[in-house]
Design a protein around this ligand. Structure first.
Ligand SMILES: NC(=O)C1=CN([C@@H]2O[C@H](COP(=O)(O)OP(=O)(O)OC[C@H]3O[C@@H](n4cnc5c(N)ncnc54)[C@H](OP(=O)(O)O)[C@@H]3O)[C@@H](O)[C@H]2O)[C@H](O)CC1
Ligand SMILES: [K+]
Length: 519
């Protein structure tokens, strides 16, 4: 019933043409069973429990989990001597299955169990019995095996790893042998990606049913190696009961509105970008070019006449509007704005932001547009709550985020930080970084993980703001535009290569990437 209501309201909004900001279909509301959904270890344990309650034996889930890992190993490695290190819980139980299946396939397998048989659960104990061979001393296993399987801890890690286990993890890493992690690299917190004391550095992590935030948040991501997902019989039908609210970003989550055959440039939206002054216009120009390449029908730079006269020497397709913002906002066709890049932190900028919000336009508030509220963020947030923030995207980097929302030491992870910030501000918050996290005011969070290191270059953030501005102009909602923008931005950098990229190269890559994500 709830889903039906969401679909109906989505359809209502689809056909609603609010003049100021048109909204197209977002497939977001129908994503309960999406493979992009991420589950925390606790949510995963709940999915496991509900599935078992519905009659699927835990023994079978464990058998299937081991099978998925063994299959991964057989496809990706040549037969060799494998050492399986099993911990005291069900992660170790999966390890018993992997060991048995690889042995059955003719591989030479050693296994060390770092727990007590009588403390294992029933299913793990049965699988230990089926393995049935002598335990190997850990020194022999580490010396003699070519490939290690990490079955120490998975979803049940609930404290820092210390003492013997921490030493073992470090020794496994020091062998420099390839390690395949079952579920998560042991020591990585699946909910937050934090290293809990010590963690396995895996070449691959094979997980089950749905991935976890820790596979994508740093530093966890850099410990996982290749991440592989397999299905083990946990039922999709349990997902509505879990009600997960964190997703991994990808084109399945959002849809760029297609061009209409009858459309004209105004029906594709008009994005206004505030120019910096005469000596600081490059950032806004990058945003404007990105917005235009992202498919906004028209893009205009506005600002001081002196600044626009300089811009006139650089732009061709982009128009220049030397009019005051208040006047521009009377024209409803300007449906999206990008404010902040190179703008300078001034009271005048602050006023422009507040006017834009009051005029209920889609907007991206970046850099200086955020810092203009550093001393009084509440005035920004109150304004957004008053006029509505569905189509507003704030794009702070870590430093700006802390200055606007406070340090949030209490918060558990980037997910919690962004969730709190989105709720407080009433807008979408896109916290930039190597693991960009995007939050909506209703608690939904999306992790974007496709940004390569070369994206950390001057002007890259201006391009991101422009892409999101272009998406808003085309009629995407704030959350869809933010997620789409972050993914497309990362994909542009990935498509460029490893060296020498500058921000305008991202703009040049946009057509190729937009074609690739077009559904
Ligand atoms: N839902 C699924 O997809 C399935 C998952 N399977 C696998 O099971 C694990 C989760 O199993 P679980 O038994 O809940 O947890 P772990 O094996 O990860 O770890 C629990 C044991 O580890 C001890 N523990 C936890 N943290 C530490 C630590 N820092 N230092 C030392 N020991 C630690 C804990 O000990 P206690 O003292 O707290 O009791 C437990 O003994 C999941 O990751 C999958 O691999 C199923 O096989 C199939 C279904
Ligand atoms: K593990």
């Amino acid at each position: 019933m709830k889903v039906r209501r969401e679909v109906l309201s989505r359809l209502h909004r689809l056909f609603y043409d609010g003049n100021r900001h048109r909204e197209y279909a977002s497939i977001w509301a129908m994503k309960t069973e999406s493979l992009n959904l991420l589950l925390s270890p606790d949510e995963m344990a709940e999915a496991d429990r509900l599935t078992i309650q519905k009659g699927v034996p835990e023994f079978e889930l464990m058998q299937n989990a081991g099978q998925v890992v063994a299959d991964y190993v057989r496809v990706n490695f040549s037969p060799c001597t494998v050492g399986v290190v099993c911990g005291p819980g069900n992660n170790g139980g999966d390890g018993f299955v992997v060991a048995r299946l690889l042995r059955d396939a003719g591989w030479f397998v050693k296994l060390t169990f770092m727990g007590a048989r009588d403390r294992l659960g029933e299913a793990a104990r049965q699988h230990l019995d089926l393995w049935g061979a002598e335990d190997s001393p850990i020194n022999d296993l580490l010396d003699e095996c070519d490939l290690l399987i990490d079955g120490l801890f998975g979803a049940g890690l609930d404290r820092d790893v210390v003492g013997t286990f921490a030493e073992l993890i470090k020794r496994m890493n020091r062998t420099r042998k390839p390690i395949v992690a079952i579920d998560m690299p042991s020591g990585i917190d699946g909910a937050t990606g934090a290293v809990r004391g010590a963690a396995i550095r895996a070449v691959a992590s094979v997980s089950f049913f749905r991935l976890k935030p820790g596979h994508f948040l740093l530093p966890g991501k850099s410990y996982c190696g290749d991440v592989h997902l397999g299905q083990i019989g946990i039922l999709d039908a349990v997902l509505p009961r879990i009600g997960g609210k964190v997703w991994h970003n990808g084109p399945d989550l959002w849809q760029i509105p297609p061009y209409e055959a009858q459309g004209h440039k105004y029906s594709r939206g008009h994005c206004l970008v505030l120019s910096g002054d005469a000596l600081s216009g490059g950032a806004a120009r990058l945003s404007a070019m990105a917005a235009l390449r992202s498919g906004a029908g028209l893009v205009s730079l506005f600002g001081d006449k002196a600044a626009l006269e300089v811009q006139a020497h650089h732009v061709t397709e982009i128009m220049l509007k030397p009019a005051p913002l208040e006047k521009l906002l009377q024209d409803e066709r300007f449906n999206s704005l990008v404010l902040g890049p190179g703008a300078g932190v001034t009271n005048a900028l602050r006023d422009k932001v507040l006017s834009t919000i009051a005029a209920q336009r889609g907007c991206v508030l970046d850099a200086d547009a955020l810092m203009a509220f550093e001393s009084d963020p509440k005035s920004l947030f109150d304004h957004i709550h008053r006029y509505g923030g569905d189509n507003i995207v704030l794009t702070p980097h870590g430093g700006e985020f802390a200055r606007l929302f406070g340090k949030m030491d209490e918060a558990e992870s980037k997910i919690e930080m962004v969730r709190i910030a989105a709720e407080a501000s009433g807008a979408q918050v896109l916290l930039k970084g190597a693991d960009t996290v995007i939050g909506a005011p209703d608690g939904r969070v999306v992790i974007n993980s496709n940004a390569p290191a070369i994206l950390a270059t001057a002007g890259s953030g201006d391009v991101l703001a422009g892409i999101i501005g272009g998406m808003l102009a085309r009629g995407m909602s704030g959350i869809d535009a933010a997620c789409g923008g972050a993914f497309i931005h990362g994909a542009c950098a990935q498509g460029f290569g490893k060296e020498g990229m500058i921000a305008s190269d991202l703009v040049a890559k946009l057509p190729e990437v937009l074609m690739a994500v077009d559904k």
